[in-house]
Design a protein around this ligand. Structure first.
Ligand SMILES: N[C@@H](CCC(=O)N[C@@H](CS)C(=O)NCC(=O)O)C(=O)O
Length: 206
């Protein structure tokens, strides 16, 4: 049972808009939740910080993001989103089939994220020219099944935050394809206009 007197505290690395935690950050902002944002330097102090966070039971793996949510500590960024959707009763599909689609697209995103991280220190030609175009074509197939702009039409779900973040992060690392499929361009336009996040997205775009 959530203890609503306990605050919401988001813990992540101080790496700007890059990385897994930003998916959670965008989601919290979009949902209009008040939260404290704690960032840790990702430098030669990180190992010690990570050990401390593990000892304080904030993260069993020593990795972030971690979220304190009304007394519960939750980690693993996509499961964090799923936890929040259940708490809020929003941001998921309604039917079993819709929930499956949201799950499936998030899973494809998780595979993309491993590849993106593996290519951070210099993207291979195979990542840029083969993996990434295939990934966006695949995601666009799902987004093209309905009229959009979101995966499930006009209803946003937690998977949309992950997909937006993949497009944003590939843009930041210069690994985004020259043109995205139209269903994804339409999605990005709609996502960036969302009232609770549009100002933040504009300020942190560069
Ligand atoms: N499966 C975890 C992975 C978390 C993860 O790899 N976090 C990275 C930042 S995006 C991290 O903490 N890196 C520092 C480290 O591994 O020590 C999730 O989905 O949240």
């Amino acid at each position: 049972m959530a203890d609503i007197s306990s605050p919401i505290i988001y813990h992540y690395l101080d790496i700007g808009r890059r990385g897994r935690g930003e998916v959670v950050n965008l989601f919290l902002k979009d949902a209009g939740l008040e939260f404290k944002d704690i960032r840790y330097p990702y430098d030669n102090t990180w190992l010690e910080t990570s050990n401390k966070l593990r000892q304080s039971k904030l993260t069993r793996t020593g990795q972030l993001p971690a979220l304190e949510y009304h007394g519960a500590v939750v980690t693993q960024h996509i499961p964090i989103l799923r936890y929040l959707t259940r708490e809020l009763g929003a941001y998921d599909g309604d039917t079993n089939w819709e929930k499956y689609l949201v799950d499936a697209v998030s899973d494809i995103y998780i595979d993309w994220r491993s590849q993106w991280v593996a290519n951070l220190k210099g993207a291979t030609e195979a990542y840029k020219n083969e993996y990434v175009p295939k990934y966006y074509d695949l995601i666009a197939q799902y987004y093209s099944d309905v009229d959009g702009p979101y995966l499930l039409g006009d209803k946003i779900t937690y998977a949309d935050f992950a997909i937006y973040q993949s497009i944003d992060n590939d843009t930041r690392t210069g690994t985004i394809p020259e043109t995205l499929p139209p269903a994804l361009t339409k999605f990005v336009e709609a996502f960036e206009k969302r009232p609770n996040i549009s100002a933040y997205i504009t300020q942190t775009k560069a």
